[in-house]
Design a binder for this molecule. Structure first.
Ligand code: AMP
Length: 120
């Protein structure tokens, strides 16, 4: 699978469609999820063309990977959940069932997030 330059997050990075920005630096962009599933729901994406967590972890530079992980703490502070806590989710591959083929993590919080997953 090759990277789709026209996926919705690529368009957000290029400024072709708007986003409700929470944080940005040279390597990372974070914005509010358009269909929030918690009181706080922010997406963090690398600016580089990576499809998934697997793709990013295999191919991104050390600088990009460090910037991405540092951004998690910065976004949590900006979103007001650094102290109260939050859940980080990355849906990956056929079983993870991501909707958008550009690597992103979900930051979910602002409330008790309950059990991690249902195995029913
Ligand atoms: P995933 O299922 O892990 O791929 O999550 C993709 C997320 O992107 C979903 O939670 C969507 O609500 C969110 N999303 C889709 N389009 C947009 C958009 N234009 N702006 C913000 N969030 C979006």
């Amino acid at each position: 699978m090759s990277y789709d330059m026209n996926n919705i997050f690529a368009k957000i990075i290029r400024g072709e469609i708007p986003s409700d920005k929470v944080y940005e630096d040279a390597h990372v962009l974070a914005f509010k999820d358009i269909r929030p599933q918690a009181k706080v729901h922010v997406l963090i994406i690398p600016k580089g063309p990576y499809i998934s967590s697997q793709d990013f972890s295999e191919k991104a530079s050390d600088v990009e990977i460090v910037a991405f992980n540092r951004a998690i703490a910065k976004v949590a502070k900006a979103a007001g959940v650094a102290v109260t806590g939050y859940r980080v989710i990355a849906n990956t591959g056929p079983d993870g069932r991501p909707e958008v083929p550009h690597y992103h993590v979900h930051i979910l919080g602002g409330q008790n997030m309950g059990r991690m997953v249902s195995l029913d």
